[in-house]
Design a protein around this ligand. Sequence first.
Ligand SMILES: Nc1ncnc2c1ncn2[C@@H]1O[C@H](COP(=O)(O)OP(=O)(O)O)[C@@H](O)[C@H]1O
Ligand SMILES: [Mg+2]
Length: 248
Amino acid sequence: MQKITELDQKSPIAEAYRTIRTNISFSDVDNEIQTILFTSTKQNEGKSTVISNVAYSFSKLENCRVLLMDLDLRNPTVHKMFGVSNTYGLMDNLKNDRPIEKCIHKIEENIHVLPTGSMPPNPTEILSSKKMASFLREIKGKYDYVFIDTPPVGVVSDATIISKNVDGVMYVVGANETDLSHAQVAIENLRKADANILGSVLNKYAMNQSSYAYYSYYYNQDECTGRATRKKKKKFGLFRKKKLSSVR
Ligand SMILES: Nc1ncnc2c1ncn2[C@@H]1O[C@H](COP(=O)(O)OP(=O)(O)O)[C@@H](O)[C@H]1O
Ligand SMILES: [Mg+2]
């Protein structure tokens, strides 16, 4: 598996993640959005992949400290995305008082990863505990953004439970993978729980070749001359309104 940190930051994929980053930053201008949960209707739509890349993208902003937390207690994978161990994590802090600094992996200066750690037999109880709520409140003070990976909301209630204690929710939709009516029901359930749904990410969306052409053209120009002229950007479609939050 390619590590998130190895993604070429000039690739079209990294560019798509930066677009998602911008959209999240402007998604709720009235409230400060610091803790953001990602979920989806079912497994394999790309939640862990998308959240890891988005978190990494935020960490590239100047002085932006980011924590990526894995709260998918059923199928934790965030640690694999960054090539770190899951021997200790949040559960060891909540259950056995292991100091949190000894559970967090510092990947780079501004991106830290907190894996789940030892798997609990009772995930729902832990997620709805007061200890978890107070942990989420406290950790906000230590980072600019906290991203939280969760299980699919269409399968278990974990994400709905956590949504009460975060500032916003992002919904990942795997193109051609989710039944629209299932996604609608799942989103409606989140809304009923008063979740602040910031937006959705269309993942695994097949972009056509021409879309790639103008992205690469832009970067070629950027590298050679330090800038792409407005005329060239216009010619190659950079001012065209395009589907913003999609990742291939
Ligand atoms: N945009 C994408 N294009 C191709 N494969 C993807 C994409 N996003 C995720 N995947 C792959 O899909 C599988 C499931 O992704 P994952 O992030 O683990 O999903 P989830 O966390 O929703 O279960 C993984 O093998 C991952 O590499
Ligand atoms: Mg996952």
